[in-house]
Every structure is written in structure tokens, then in C-alpha cells.
Write a protein that binds this ligand. Structure first.
Ligand SMILES: Nc1ncnc2c1ncn2[C@@H]1O[C@H](COP(=O)(O)OP(=O)(O)O)[C@@H](O)[C@H]1O
Ligand SMILES: O=C(O)[C@H](O)[C@@H](O)[C@H](O)[C@H](O)COP(=O)(O)O
Length: 185
């Protein structure tokens, strides 16, 4: 696999994205973003009321994250992004933006290059029982555990031809990090 510029740590709420993403970024010395920090206030309020987000709520949030990734990658920065990325369409937006593959100038005024983000998707995969158990214990977070079923209903696990690995949330954190580091070698 070509070396990725960005690692997307994805999965349903409570699958461990923020925890794994932050550890991984620190291990790799890459920049870390938690997509939760980029939700507009309306999205946070909606989730806080127990209402699941829809495509309309998520698309502008994902487009903004795509712009951030492109900007960082263009400046040579490698990034770990923790983001639910539940549907293939959402992951495609993170890679290519909303309208597929916009062209950007390579600076010569002639050839154009696609403005794509080279992404490796790390899907943290687990059962409803294990993940809801963790969410019920998690304190001080705006996401109510009652929304977990809608997250599983929305989830489209990554599949070929996406560039991805899948790791069980039943593993402990050091095993998860070691598996990802092995994949990158
Ligand atoms: N592999 C793991 N084993 C045990 N507990 C974990 C693991 N990954 C995450 N956790 C715990 O599960 C909870 C949810 O993790 P978090 O990173 O907040 O998930 P997310 O960002 O996907 O919502 C946290 O309390 C975290 O400490
Ligand atoms: O797309 C979504 O519906 C949200 O991004 C959601 O998946 C995310 O999980 C929340 O922001 C809660 O945050 P946690 O994932 O950290 O629970």
C-alpha cells in the first residue's frame, strides 16, 4: 500500500476513535484532530437532545474536515483524524471533497492534479454489547448512549476498493496501536 498521508480512525460512538487516535498520533509524531471538536453547535445540540444527525447535518462538517486535511497534507503534515465516518460517502468526502475529485493546479499552469487525500481507514469494529458497555461508563461527553443503535444502523463498514484495515475493539489499546503500526511498516 502507498504510504498514507492521513489515518482515519473511524467507527461508531464509543468504539475508541478518540482514545486510539490520540495515542497513535503521539506514537507517530503526527498531528491529531478529533472530528467531534469540529461539529457546529447545531449538531452538538441535536445529538445532545438524542436526535441522530443526518446527511445534511454531516456533509458541511465533513467538507470542512476535508479542507483541513488537504491544507495540512499540502504543507507536508501527516495527520491522524478520529471521525465517525460511518458511511462510504462520508469517507469519500474526506478524501475528495463533496464534488468528487476537484482539480488543482500543479503550479505550472498546465497539468492539473487531483486534490485527493491519501487515506488509510482504520475501522474499530465491535459488538453493540461491548461498545454500549463502554459508553455507559464514559463520563462528561455530549453524546447520549441512546444514540448508539442509530450509529450501528447508519454504519457502512469499509470494503474493497477502499484502503482500510479493521481492528476489533476487544483488543486492548496497546494491541490496537501495535497492529496499526505494523500495517504502516
Ligand atoms: N480498546 C479499548 N479497550 C478498553 N476500553 C477502551 C478501548 N478503546 C476505548 N476504550 C474506552 O472506551 C470509551 C470510549 O472511547 P472513546 O475513545 O471516547 O470512543 P469514541 O471516540 O469512538 O467515541 C472510553 O472510556 C475509552 O477509555
Ligand atoms: O457522525 C456522527 O453522528 C457523529 O460524529 C457521531 O458519530 C460522533 O460519534 C459524535 O460526535 C459523538 O462523539 P463520539 O464518537 O466521541 O461518541
Amino acid at each position: 500500500m502507498a504510504a498514507p498521508d492521513v489515518l482515519l480512525v473511524m467507527g461508531v460512538s464509543g468504539s475508541g476513535k478518540s482514545t486510539v487516535g490520540a495515542l497513535l498520533a503521539s506514537e507517530l509524531g503526527w498531528k491529531f484532530y478529533d472530528a467531534d471538536d469540529y461539529h457546529p453547535e447545531e449538531n452538538r445540540t441535536k445529538m445532545g437532545k438524542g436526535i441522530p444527525l443526518n446527511d445534511q447535518d454531516r456533509i458541511p462538517w465533513l467538507c470542512n474536515l476535508h479542507d483541513i486535511l488537504l491544507r495540512d497534507v499540502a504543507s507536508g503534515q501527516h495527520v491522524v483524524l478520529a471521525c465517525s465516518g460511518l458511511k462510504k460517502m462520508y469517507r469519500d468526502i474526506l478524501i475528495r471533497g463533496k464534488d468528487g475529485t476537484p482539480l488543482k493546479s500543479d503550479g505550472t499552469g498546465e497539468d492539473k492534479q487531483p486534490a485527493e487525500v491519501k487515506l488509510l481507514v482504520v475501522h474499530l469494529n465491535g459488538s453493540f454489547e461491548v461498545i454500549s458497555g463502554r459508553l455507559l461508563k464514559r463520563k462528561g461527553h455530549f453524546m447520549p448512549p441512546e444514540l448508539l443503535q442509530s450509529q450501528f444502523d447508519t454504519l457502512e463498514p469499509p470494503s474493497a476498493p477502499e484502503n482500510f484495515i479493521q481492528i476489533s475493539v476487544d483488543k486492548n489499546l496497546s494491541e490496537i496501536i501495535a497492529t496499526i503500526m505494523d500495517t504502516l511498516r
